[in-house]
Design a protein around this ligand. Structure first.
Ligand code: FE
Length: 380
């Protein structure tokens, strides 16, 4: 029975009906969420874990936003509130547009959008990983937008070809190692971590993380399913210990000597270095002689049932501007999605690297295949 049908039977009025549907749907998702590996729910862990406290300096201002008093844009966001709030406050200060921020994990937010349907107050979905944004688009939760501003600020490989979502910041998912045990000449590719030489030395985060689903999806796209399955099986065979529930604890396990190598997102490493400048783990850019390092996005889309799609789009456009991009880069150790923006000193110290050129939309398209593959080889 559909949720609306459940509400219908109870003969409720429309607004009550909507919130009841939400409640029932949230309950169902809550019960179902954890066991369904193909549902991209458990992915924002440290988005709400380690606060990004550093207040960024503003780069040169470009005043594309105009004053628009009285308007409200409601955002459903899975991003760390402490990270995103200063950016949104800046927008309100510049334009007078008020922003309602609703924060939760990506899965529950999408479930909520679906359940609320036309009654949703949301105008924008702000989340991490192209896999999540692709999923939201597949579920019909977003609407296509045409924006010359986004087209000029955001490279095409970081946007949905149909305009349903756009990247707003970049993160590299790459190799980290213990420099007291590993030399860089022993490191090369994600595939090499499947070699028996790493037996009992590799740490990985759970395959439930959409970040790993997207990485494996990109490998399927680049190397084919057969080769990728061989690699993922090799990873599972090489594990030093059980998989980790987040990137931060995986990095800490390398620091503690539990393993010698692992895979994590760059900004988690940056946050750890902020706290402990002598954190004894090093970053290595994977696949520099082959496909390039895997890069994913954080991003946003205009909600399909938004009452204020223009307001949402204007905000998205501002988030891609020089001013906002500079803030993204300095406050969360992420890379700007727009070219020509200064990176933070820390990011610069990690050096430049070749990025995988794949269109991030592929991470979504190959997600189910990636999940099934990891399950098949026993990568938990
Ligand atoms: Fe994250």
């Amino acid at each position: 029975m559909s949720l609306n049908a459940v509400a219908e039977r109870l003969s409720l009025t429309r607004p009550v009906k909507a919130s009841l549907s939400v409640a029932i749907f949230s309950m169902m998702m809550g019960l179902a969420g954890c066991n369904n590996a193909s549902t991209p729910t458990e992915n924002t862990d440290a988005e709400s874990q380690t606060p990004a406290t550093e207040n960024a300096e503003t780069s040169a201002s470009n005043d594309t936003a105009t004053t628009d008093d009285g308007q409200v844009v409601t955002i459903y966001s899975s991003r760390n509130e402490q990270l995103i709030k200063p950016l949104l406050d800046k927008y309100t200060e510049k334009t007078g547009v008020k922003i309602e921020l609703v924060t939760d994990k990506a899965g529950p937010l999408m479930a909520r959008l679906e359940a609320e349907g036309q009654n949703t107050p949301a105008d924008m979905l702000l989340t991490v990983d192209a896999g999540n944004l692709w999923q939201a688009a597949q579920q019909g939760l977003l609407q296509p937008v045409a924006s010359t501003v986004l087209e000029s600020n955001v490279p095409a490989k970081y946007r949905d070809p149909e305009g349903q979502w756009t990247g707003l910041s970049l993160r590299a998912r790459t190799i980290f190692y213990d420099p007291s045990k590993v030399n860089t000449d022993q490191l090369s590719t994600y595939a090499d971590l499947a070699d028996p030489k790493w037996k009992g030395k590799l740490c990985l985060r759970s395959s439930n993380a959409v970040y790993n689903q997207s990485l494996v999806a990109s490998m399927i796209e680049n190397l084919g399913a057969e080769k990728t399955e061989e690699i993922v099986r090799g990873w599972a065979d090489n594990l030093a210990t059980d998989v980790f529930s987040n990137d931060t604890s995986m990095l800490e396990a390398i620091a503690a000597g539990q393993c010698e190598v692992g895979i994590a997102n760059s900004y988690y490493y940056g946050r750890l270095l902020d706290e402990k400048p002598d954190f004894p783990v090093k970053i290595f850019w994977a696949n520099q002689d082959t496909t390039g390092t895997h890069v994913n996005i954080s991003g946003a889309g205009v909600v399909a049932n938004s009452d204020n799609p223009d307001g949402a789009l204007k905000l998205m456009e501002w988030l891609s501007s020089d001013e906002a991009q500079g803030l993204y880069a300095s406050s969360d150790k992420e890379y700007p999605v727009k070219e020509g923006i200064d990176e933070s000193d820390m990011l610069r110290s990690w050096g430049t690297f070749k990025q995988d050129n794949i269109n991030v939309q592929k991470f979504g398209e190959r997600q189910t295949q990636a999940v099934q593959m990891m399950d098949k080889v026993g990568y938990k």
